[in-house]
Design a protein around this ligand. Structure first.
Ligand code: FAD
Length: 501
């Protein structure tokens, strides 16, 4: 690790947004003795009864844990999470089936988002060289000079801050990114193709979990789905993902109950009709956005987390990827030093942009997998095949989900590796098919005498042909074909009499 700054000449770092990623980034800079100020739009969430906005819980996996590990906070934070080892699939009748995420020991952690943010704020506050300013909203930023204009939302006063580097961690609708788009030629895309979501809750039952807790519960229903993650207080946070038109069709309590009875009867029973209706109509569904930009930096500014790459939540990687941004940035900064900040920023974007694009794409693809594919035989077969091949070739055949969730293989390489696996299976399938046909042909050729002999033997056996003839001439078949007559009936009866004789 290169000393990137000294206590005598600390570089000034302004971090915009004290969400999950902003807090973590602040800790990393503070560890290296920078003079860090973390500005947050909201007031201190640790003193708030209800936090406006999303209260969803997070699935944390290896990349997120690595981010925490490097500031020594992995154990203290992850010990507050609940381990989830498999997807628990629920059908429309309430039957369930567990599909493991990976090997037996591999799990993801369910952590309450607000709680995680509070823990990270506590971590950040431990550093004497780190100041947190709440109720400060970024209004604009000059990404070339490092000047940011904040509005103190309590007093309405404007506040100009100049620093050596501005870090944009102000989420999917980032004001810092807005400024960067004005200051620099940045490719930017934003899409809303994955519908809307609404949060519900399954309460605790008799002081414990109402469903098995060590799973991420999924009710896949084709165009829509419900998921549930366990919380420390024995409740489950459920998220209903649906196209907006479907949400719009449900206008009354009866319609909502009817819809849930048809699709999520077991979840509805655990919520209770009255409680469910109250939760369902308490908030409006929120949209899901996917955002990419390239590059992630300006002259004196860099974007981390959702401000650089907001993704739909179907891989549970948004926060994990944001934490990894911080890890990757500091690997580069530590090796090149702050004196080479231009090169650091350049290299960071070159490294991180392809990975951010890759995970945004994978997250969209995983929507199909979660809401639909998990229920198909082809999907389960592929899962089994992947785990067998992974068992046989543990280092060269790693399933897609495992690469994303349980390793730190670059997201862009994950996509490439998956393409290679698909190609191998496709070619393997073709080769196996051709080999089977060839083998069958050879077997028939070699054994033609043996295989044909029973047929030839039958052909020579006259009794066989008579029996076939007799079948067609039998009264039942002739009656069925309309060939039976009174005369034939008489003849048949006298034949039977003569046989009894
Ligand atoms: P945010 O968490 O959005 O924080 C941004 C901060 O900036 C906030 O505190 C905000 O108040 C502040 N801010 C905003 N504007 C300004 C401004 N103008 N001035 C100053 N401050 C400002 N990720 C996972 O890894 N696992 C999951 O299981 C998962 N599940 C998800 C489920 C859903 C339904 C959704 C929507 C997302 C999910 N995510 C998940 C993604 C995850 O929530 C985000 O990727 C993560 O919160 C990004 O953190 P961030 O700090 O970049 O942004």
């Amino acid at each position: 690790l290169i000393e990137t700054t000294t206590k005598n000449d600390p570089k000034k770092i302004t971090i915009c947004g004290a969400g999950l990623v902003g807090c973590l980034a602040a800790c990393y800079f503070a560890e290296r003795d920078y003079e860090v100020t973390l500005y947050e739009y909201r007031s201190d969430i640790r003193n708030m009864k209800v936090v406006a906005g999303r209260s969803i819980n997070m699935a944390m996996s290896v990349r997120g844990r690595e981010g925490l590990k490097r500031i020594g906070a992995e154990e203290s934070i992850t010990s507050k999470g609940i381990e989830m080892y498999s997807r628990m699939l629920h059908d429309t009748k309430g039957n369930t089936q567990a599909v493991p995420y990976g090997k037996r020991s591999q799990c993801i952690l369910s952590i309450d988002r607000r709680y995680l943010n509070e823990l990270l704020l506590n971590e950040a506050e431990k550093y004497p060289n780190l100041t947190i300013e709440f109720s400060h909203k970024v209004k604009k930023c000059n990404t070339n000079t490092g000047e940011v204009v904040f509005e103190n939302t309590l007093t309405g006063q404007e506040h100009h801050v100049k620093s050596d580097l501005v870090i944009g961690c102000d989420g999917a609708y980032s004001s810092v990114r807005q400024s960067l788009l004005k200051d620099k030629a940045v490719d930017f895309s934003q899409s809303y193709n994955c519908g809307y979501y609404l949060e519900l809750q399954i309460p605790a039952k008799n002081g414990t979990f109402a469903m098995p807790p060590k799973h991420l519960h999924i009710w896949p229903r084709g165009d829509f789905m419900l998921i549930a993650l366990p919380n420390q207080d024995y409740t489950f946070t459920c998220t209903l993902f649906m196209p907006l038109e479907m949400f719009e069709k449900i206008q009354t309590p009866e319609q909502a109950i009817d819809f849930f009875e048809k699709n999520f009867i077991d979840a509805l029973k655990l919520m209770g009709n009255e409680n469910f209706v109250q939760m369902y109509f308490a908030t409006k569904p929120s949209s899901l956005v996917s955002i990419t930009c390239n590059p992630h930096h300006g002259n004196k500014c860099v974007l981390f987390g959702d401000s650089a790459h907001a993704m739909v939540p179907f891989y549970g990687q948004g926060m994990n990827c944001g934490f990894e941004d911080v890890v990757v940035f500091f690997e580069i900064l530590d090796s090149l030093g702050f004196d080479n900040i231009d090169k650091v920023l350049e290299k960071y974007s070159q490294t991180r942009v392809p990975d951010a694009h890759a995970i945004c794409e994978l997250a969209i693809r995983n929507y199909d997998e979660m809401k639909y594919l998990v229920t198909t035989r082809g999907y389960r077969l592929r899962k089994k095949l992947d785990s067998i091949l992974n068992y046989l070739f543990p280092s060269s055949w790693v399933p897609l989900y495992t690469m994303v969730t349980f390793t730190r293989i670059r997201y862009s390489e994950v996509i490439e590796a998956r393409k290679r696996q698909d190609e191998i299976l496709r070619k393997g399938g073709l080769i196996t098919g051709l080999a089977t046909l060839a083998g069958l042909g050879y077997f028939l050729f070699k054994n033609k005498a043996n295989l044909l002999s029973p047929i030839l033997a039958l052909k020579e056996n006259e009794g066989f042909w008579y029996r076939i003839w007799g079948y067609w001439r039998s009264p039942a078949i002739m009656k069925m074909n309309g060939l039976w007559s009174d005369r034939k009936e008489q003849q048949f009866k006298s034949y039977l009499m003569s046989q009894r004789g």
